[in-house]
Design a protein around this ligand. Structure first.
Ligand code: FE2
Length: 322
């Protein structure tokens, strides 16, 4: 069966195609709005998504060699995300669904990050580190949902790194600027973790105060080491509590090679397997929406919730597949 997936929660308009028979991603087309130094302006992002939608759809259909009439269902990102952007995806998905007469499948964006990483790593029951711009959660499957064991109490890890990069006037995208500049010496910074919850605002304020006294290299290196150590500690605690033997990292910040390295070392020390998908599938993309849509549809548990949900939580969605 063929599934079309539309991703539009933030600055990426992505359209992917998944073939559930062959268990293969056939296309993963996207166009990303250049945030530059201004960051997110919701109206501008939505205008971008409207403008590039037809082009990206054509690209996905050409890449996959699947005709619009041959799809079995149309999946879209329901949330969480930016309202303006989510609505562009919803209207497009609804129109395609009505045009083709095929069912519409709402998909939780966070769950799709998890599913695409499980798909590629083949890890069945991991502790999940979900780190992106707006989200930072330590998650594990329990029964028919993904439980959030710990999360950020303020900024997402990606937003923390982006804010720091912008303050230091690094080349955008700012979080990548921080990663590329992280080549200095370790300085002492606030380390804020309570159980499996973490907090980044105190760390950001301290970094901003030190920016005239400390080199960019030292600050970026120390900010990464400190924030990532908090994430690794929370993940290790989750592993011990639940006695799990697998760890995955997903979401945009999962592309950070130092975070991958730190999690891999901790996993090895705990005799656990560690996995991460390719960068293409850690960043927002339509293929993960198509893939997750197929799982919900074929397990007969498509959500009844309609429309978009800007604040939809990972643990509010029913999961009834393996
Ligand atoms: Fe995302």
């Amino acid at each position: 069966m063929f599934y079309l997936g539309i991703e539009s929660t933030a600055h990426t308009l992505g359209i992917g195609v998944f073939d559930s028979g062959k268990q293969k991603i056939l296309a993963n087309a996207l166009d990303r709005y250049d945030l530059g130094k201004k960051g997110f302006i919701p109206r501008k992002l939505a205008e971008h998504h409207e403008k590039v939608f037809s082009k990206v759809l054509k690209q996905a259909l050409t890449e996959s060699k699947v005709k619009l009439s041959d799809f079995d269902a149309i999946a879209y990102s329901q949330g969480p995300g930016i309202g303006h952007c989510l609505h562009v995806g919803l209207i497009a998905a609804k129109s395609l669904s009505e045009l083709t007469g095929k069912p519409l499948i709402p998909v939780n964006h966070c769950v799709s990050h998890i599913e695409v990483t499980r798909f590629f790593t083949k890890l069945k029951d991991p502790v999940i580190v979900y780190v992106s711009g707006g989200n930072t959660q330590i998650i594990a499957r329990k029964g028919d949902s993904y439980k959030v064991l710990g999360e950020t109490l303020d900024l997402g890890l990606g937003n923390f790194l982006d804010n720091l990069g912008r303050t230091l006037n690094l080349t955008p995208p700012n979080a990548i600027g921080v990663m590329n500049s992280a080549k200095g010496e370790l300085i002492d910074l606030p380390y804020s973790i309570k159980g499996m919850n973490v907090s980044f605002t105190g760390l950001l304020t301290k970094c901003e105060k030190l920016m005239t006294e400390v080199s960019k290299k030292d600050l970026c290196y120390s900010a990464q080491e400190t924030s990532f150590a908090m994430i690794v500690e929370a993940t290790e605690r989750a592993l011990k509590h639940l006695n799990k033997k697998e760890v995955i990292v997903c979401g945009g910040v999962a592309c950070n090679t130092r975070l991958q390295e730190m999690l891999a070392i901790m996993s090895k020390e705990n005799h656990c397997r560690f996995g991460v998908a390719k960068d293409e599938f850690n960043r927002d993309n339509g293929a993960m929406i198509a893939l997750t849509g197929s799982k919900a549809f074929e397990a007969n548990c498509v959500s009844k919730e309609e429309g978009v949900n800007q604040k939809q939580r990972t643990d509010s969605v029913k999961i009834c597949w393996d």
